[in-house]
Design a protein around this ligand. Sequence first.
Ligand code: BG6
Length: 484
Amino acid sequence: MSFDLVLFGGTGDLAWRKLMPALFQAFRHGTLPKDGRIIGVARDELSDEAYRALIRSRFEEVDLAKRPTPEEFDAFAQRLHFLRMDLSKPDDYQRLAATLQERAAEVVVMYLATAPNLFTVACEQLAAAGLNTPRTRLVLEKPLGVDLASNREINATAQRVLSEQQIFRIDHYLGKPSVQNLFALRFGNTLFEPLWRRENIANIQITIAEDLGVERRGAFYDATGALRDMVQNHALQLLCAIAMEPPINAQADAIRDEKLKVLRSLKPWTPQALGQHVVRGQYTGGVAEGEAARAYREEPGVRPDSTTETFVALRAEIASWRWAGVPFYIRTGKRLAAREAHIVVNFRPTPHAIFDAPAGAANKLVINLQPRDGLQLHLLAQGQVNRRNAQALAPVHLDLDFDRSFGSERVGAYERLLLDVIDGRLNLFVRSDEQEEAWRWVEPIMEHWARDTAGPRPYAAGTWGPSASSTMLARDGFSWSEEG
Ligand code: BG6
């Protein structure tokens, strides 16, 4: 099968940090179809050779295991080409059309890894240049818009020029092996499904913590914030994966229908819930990764009086028979104490205690997404640790490390998703109605913050965020689980 992959934003951060390494991995593993060109598009004036040299130099900053040897890079670089384009200029799309006509590949992927305000114009211009053929697949990077209205506008434009089957909305968390394993755990095994409901589960916690700050993306991040950057997409997709009903099959729409139902059943916000169940924070200086870290407002590209949130914690509820009354806590932020992402399912304690168990002890299932990928099941056992009291229970856990079981060189998120686009598999991509529903749910939070002059709560870099986040759980009698 032959393909042309046109990468708009070809010199941008995402291109060299994630997409090029992912394409290279696929090339190295022999899964990238042999007959394919990767055409980087940007406003820079670069020859193919200069573009290859640029990408080669960027690989120096990529994870060592994913770095090519010089010979490997040379072989990969033959696939790379460059086209200078200004996305607002119709003539430039004609030049793209001419480049693509050179060989009429069976699949043409248009990957928009640009600022979202260019999505609409790019879609319209691609169509005007006749580049919306049945062979075209459009990939849209998140965030898709900045609110419901802009999201709808982008989706409407994309759907005017292409069919929904040709539109691949990326949420790279869905491509992570751990998230696919979550589907496998729930729908490929019988063990947990009967327990997966309000009668047995006390609360569910989703944590996506990063120790890094905003790095070189200060200006983008300052206009975006953690709610739009992480909650509206990644965190809510994880919530869907953990809470959805079993789909009727593993086809894209069967999975998306069930995820959509979860998003539709999220309890709407009330003024009281907005006051008590959402915490926003912003990091001040502190210590991160063992070094002094500057405050968010001192980061390059960030406004010195910025009120953009770098941390969000919230409490959601799903109004359904399965989940009524079970709190789902979500927390995400930059410059937190560690880089770890996990979902913790806290089961209810035994209804009647006949043993001496540590206070608050109960079963829990920890689904680790990163840095390691695995599962931990926490049980209580008589470890005889207390020699005087044979009735005393101690916590113990079953530990499944998927990196150890299956090797840590598994297909990475972007590698999986890029191959899926080329192969035309939509399972791990987000449908427009899911996105709209997620925006609809987060919008009242954005509106509440716009009215709330108190601004985000400060937290020191290298901590777990503002204390109000723990207070929110304490009000329900719970606490955050720090396991990773
Ligand atoms: C991106 C966000 O979508 O996800 C970034 O824009 C964030 O701000 C990144 O750092 C986290 O992804 P991962 O895979 O490193 O957890």
